[in-house]
Write a new protein. Sequence first.
Length: 385
Amino acid sequence: MKTAELYMSLFEECRGEYEKAVRAGRRNEAHALALRCASILLNLAGKNPRMAELYMARAEEWERKAEELEKKPEVEKRETLPAGKGSTPTSTNPYLEYVEGLIARSTVTWKDIGGLEEVKKLIARNVALALAEKPAPIKPWKGILLFGPPGTGKTLLASAAAGSLNATFFSVKASDVLSKYYGESSKIVSALYALAREKAPSIVFIDEIDALTVKREGAHEATRRTLATLLSELDGFKGQGDVPVLTLASTNTPWDLDEAVLSRFPLRVYVPLPDKEATKEIIKTNTRGLDISRLDLDAIAEESVRRLYSGREIASLCNLAIHNMLDEMNPELSDLDAISKSERLKLKVRPLEMGDFEEAFKKIKSPLTRKDIERYEKWAEEFGA
Ligand SMILES: Nc1ncnc2c1ncn2[C@@H]1O[C@H](COP(=O)(O)OP(=O)(O)OP(=O)(O)O)[C@@H](O)[C@H]1O
Ligand SMILES: [Mg+2]
């Protein structure tokens, strides 16, 4: 049973990553993640003969998702480029081509994010200021750092900021650039900012910026070079200081960041674990469309807070509870023959019950301890905005 739980949490994690990739328009990554989800489910089927058919059916679902992604023509990505100069077929610069692929279209809105009211306002205000047309003496922040435990909505916030304004959104994971384009990552950073300026107003979102630290031992030459390039781009030398390009960065290990990086991000926003009210909001967003009138939301939220759940765990909790309900209402889902015979399944649903959540709670564990939270709070007190 232990291994099954492990696979289940692996699956949940992978599904979350998949959804992120889809939202950010990273089709290739989403495709790979969908296949990974399918393979985890197949593994689960192998480990759990009683539920094998159900898991296999779900694995097939994921394989279909992957297939559909494959069928989508590459042009889609181009369509997300804002019209105008620069959206003509790209030059032969391979770095420029790569960074064009980092342009994402965000459909996330502020409403999709439960709780975090103050944080949302702070970010919305400063992003709007940074990208506005303004008289010279007004100097908005050029960099905003979001920090906090994993799964608290940092990436969601950046996506919502981009979705709310008509800005070009570049989304890049520092660790990806470093690992996939090792020797060339510094050139990619230059190309990234060149394109961001060309397509301004732009938001550059650097996820996991802690990967770019040189504070830890054994930082490599390429990392140093990349970091140096990023710092000079953030300073906006070369007379390009007025081009509205805002850099949002995110990390869950802020204490690893170098002084040099921190100084470029004077506005540092703590994104904490959700409190009870925020948890209720997140449950509502994640059960939209289903009847939740029989749930004691206060009790569920209190238990989630007690267990140190982040938004990501709450989303998984809801998803598991929904699956518990679906499994009960649609026993034919575990009958492979029935599934392959029927044309298209019509799922039966019933209102969600406390029992669905009680089962789900057993399977979801927060990776955090109180001590971890204290560390974030202390850092926020000392260095936060
Ligand atoms: N405040 C929230 N409202 C609604 N959903 C949330 C919220 N916070 C987290 N989630 C859920 O958790 C998932 C993960 O959130 P997100 O990717 O933004 O976390 P993160 O802070 O960037 O995590 P990491 O530090 O691991 O990158 C989201 O896709 C969403 O389903
Ligand atoms: Mg993130």
